[in-house]
Design a protein around this ligand. Structure first.
Ligand SMILES: [Zn+2]
Length: 303
C-alpha cells in the first residue's frame, strides 16, 4: 500500500470515527470528557466538547440547546447544564442534523426537553443509517431520543425575549440541515454548514452536496452582518469573514476539481495532482486534501 492510499484510508477512518461516535484525538477536540465554554452574547454560550459545537441560551423561560454532542459526552453536558440551572430548566433541544456527534445527547437529555429538528432528521434517526464509504452504521434511536417536533421549511420560537428562527437549508451537509438564527443577539449556529478553517465532511450518501452547501452559505452570508457571531459546527467561535473564507474555499476548490474533471482526469489522477497551494492550511485538523477532493468529485458526479 502506498503512502497516499494509507493516508486516504486513515482519513476515512477519521471521518467514520468522527460521526459514528468514537472519541478520537484531534487538534480541535479535547480527549477528556469536558466542555470548553465560551460566552457568545449576554445569554448565549458555545460549548466545545468532542463532536459538534453546542450552544446554550439561558433566560427566565428556560434553557434552549442547539446540538448535544456524542452520547459519551452526556455526563459532561449534564454537568454544564447544572451550571445554568439544571435539567429541570432544559426546555428545547434543536438537532441541526442527524449525525451522532450532534445528536448523541438526545438519549440522556431527550426525556427532559422537546427535541426540534427538520422532518428528515426524525426519519433518519428512526431507521438504520449507513455511510457505506466509511462502513459506518447508526442504529435506530429509541422514541425518547427522537425529535418530538419536526418542521419542513422553517419555524420560529419566541423565548427568553429572543426570536429564534430555525431554517432548513436543503441538501448541503445532509438532507435535513437546520441553521439557527438568534435575531436579537445577532448569533447564528451553522450546524455542519461551517467547519471553521478546515475541509468539511459532506454526507453525499444522505443528501449532501458541496455545490448546494456553497449556495446555502452564500445565502446565509447575504443575511448576516459583519458583527454577527458565527458558531460553526466544528472549530472555534467565528465571524462573518471566517464564513466568507469557508465559502471562498468551497467555491475555489470545487472549480479546481471541476476543471480537472472536464479535462478528463479520473478521481485518482486529480488526487495525485492535488489542489493549488492556497488551500493547504485547510487540511489542518480534519480531512486530507485527497479525501476532500473525493467528496468534491462525488458531489460533482451526483449533480
Ligand atoms: Zn455532520
Amino acid at each position: 500500500m502506498d503512502l497516499k492510499k494509507a493516508s486516504i484510508i486513515c482519513a476515512l477512518f477519521f471521518v467514520s470515527s468522527f460521526i459514528a461516535g468514537h472519541s478520537i484525538a484531534e487538534k480541535h477536540h479535547s480527549d477528556t470528557p469536558s466542555f470548553k465554554s465560551t460566552k457568545v452574547s449576554k445569554n448565549i454560550w458555545m460549548l466545545q466538547g468532542k463532536g459538534g459545537n453546542v450552544a446554550i441560551m439561558t433566560g427566565a423561560q428556560g434553557l434552549l440547546m442547539v446540538d448535544d454532542d456524542y452520547k459519551e459526552m452526556s455526563p459532561a453536558l449534564i454537568e454544564e447544564v447544572r451550571h445554568f440551572g439544571g435539567l429541570d430548566k432544559l426546555t428545547y433541544i434543536i438537532n441541526t442534523h442527524w449525525h451522532g456527534d450532534h445528536t448523541g445527547g438526545n438519549f440522556a437529555l431527550g426525556s427532559h426537553a422537546q427535541i426540534i429538528a427538520h422532518d428528515n432528521v426524525r426519519t433518519r434517526l428512526l431507521n438504520t443509517q449507513e455511510i457505506k464509504l466509511f462502513k459506518m452504521v447508526s442504529e435506530p434511536y429509541p422514541e425518547k431520543a427522537l425529535p418530538d417536533v419536526t418542521y419542513a421549511k422553517s419555524m420560529t420560537l419566541h423565548m427568553n425575549d429572543e426570536e429564534i428562527k430555525i431554517v432548513h437549508y436543503a441538501n448541503g451537509h445532509t438532507d435535513g440541515d437546520s441553521i439557527v438564527f438568534f435575531k436579537k443577539a445577532n448569533v447564528v449556529h451553522m450546524g455542519d454548514h461551517h467547519f471553521s478553517g478546515f475541509f468539511p465532511f459532506i454526507d453525499i450518501e444522505h443528501g449532501g452536496n458541496v455545490l448546494n452547501m456553497a449556495k446555502n452559505v452564500k445565502d446565509i452570508l447575504a443575511i448576516i452582518s459583519d458583527t454577527t457571531k458565527v458558531i460553526p459546527g466544528h472549530g472555534p467561535l467565528s465571524s462573518k469573514s471566517d464564513l466568507q473564507d469557508f465559502y471562498n474555499m468551497l467555491i475555489g476548490t470545487s472549480s479546481e476539481v471541476e476543471a480537472m474533471k472536464k479535462q478528463g482526469l479520473t478521481l485518482e489522477q486529480i488526487q495525485s495532482k492535488g489542489l493549488s497551494k492556497q488551500w493547504d492550511s485547510w487540511t489542518d485538523g480534519f480531512l486530507s486534501t485527497e479525501t476532500w477532493i473525493e467528496i468534491v468529485y462525488n458531489s460533482l458526479k451526483s449533480q
